[in-house]
Design a binder for this molecule. Structure first.
Ligand code: F6P
Length: 192
């Protein structure tokens, strides 16, 4: 049976600083994850074919750089666009846009950043990615927190209201193996 592997990019410089969005490079820990990832994946699938999908942002491309497989970048896999809040910390957002901050808390799935996107918008833009994923064999997606929440919720059929709170930890590969109904799941964390 074919599997779909999900991983967030390794820790980025923005993750370290608590800033959202942006196009920051990996931190030293993130680079360690990128270096450890090939062994984790090949131990798991052996010599079966695999294709790696990344976003167009450098933190996913850097995370994929040592993987010995064909790679494809998708603009549709870029992180949720935080609009005017891009590059800010949550604390700065609460200061600058207190009402928006509260609204997001009330309905995180539908809240759309000023000049940016909501989780609902992201679900719509991921439709072509999901269509292609359904047709493919083994795929590893090196993605972003909000994007992987949407894909994970699709394959596990989780409700929209829960989707923005799904835990997708850093430095962890999630393996989904679709069955007739639902998916089997395994997780592999790299201790970094
Ligand atoms: O902090 C990393 C990050 O990927 C941000 O770029 C993004 O805005 C955020 O996570 C999404 O998580 P949440 O919707 O919980 O703010």
């Amino acid at each position: 049976p074919r599997s779909i592997f999900f991983s967030r990019h390794g820790e980025s410089q923005y993750n370290v600083e608590g800033k959202i969005g942006g196009d920051a490079p990996l931190s030293p820990r993130g680079m360690q994850y990128a270096k450890g990832l090939p062994a984790l994946i090949t131990d798991n699938i052996g010599d079966a074919p695999l294709t790696v999908w990344t976003s167009t942002l450098q933190r996913t491309i850097q995370t994929a750089q040592y993987l010995p497989y064909n790679k494809l970048t998708w603009k549709s896999l870029d992180e949720l666009d935080a609009g005017v809040c891009d590059g800010m910390t949550y604390e700065e957002i609460e200061q600058a846009y207190p009402e928006d901050f509260a609204h997001r808390d009330e309905d995180k799935f539908n809240y759309r950043y000023r000049g940016g996107e909501s989780y609902r918008d992201v679900v719509v833009r991921l439709e072509p990615v999901i269509m292609e994923l359904e047709r493919q064999e083994n795929i590893l997606i090196i993605g972003h927190q909000a994007i992987l929440r949407c894909l994970y919720a699709y394959f596990h059929n989780l409700p929209q209201a829960d989707l923005p709170y799904i835990k997708i930890p850093l430095h962890t590969v999630i393996k989904l193996t679709p069955k007739a109904y639902g998916c089997d799941e395994e997780r592999y964390a790299l201790p970094i």
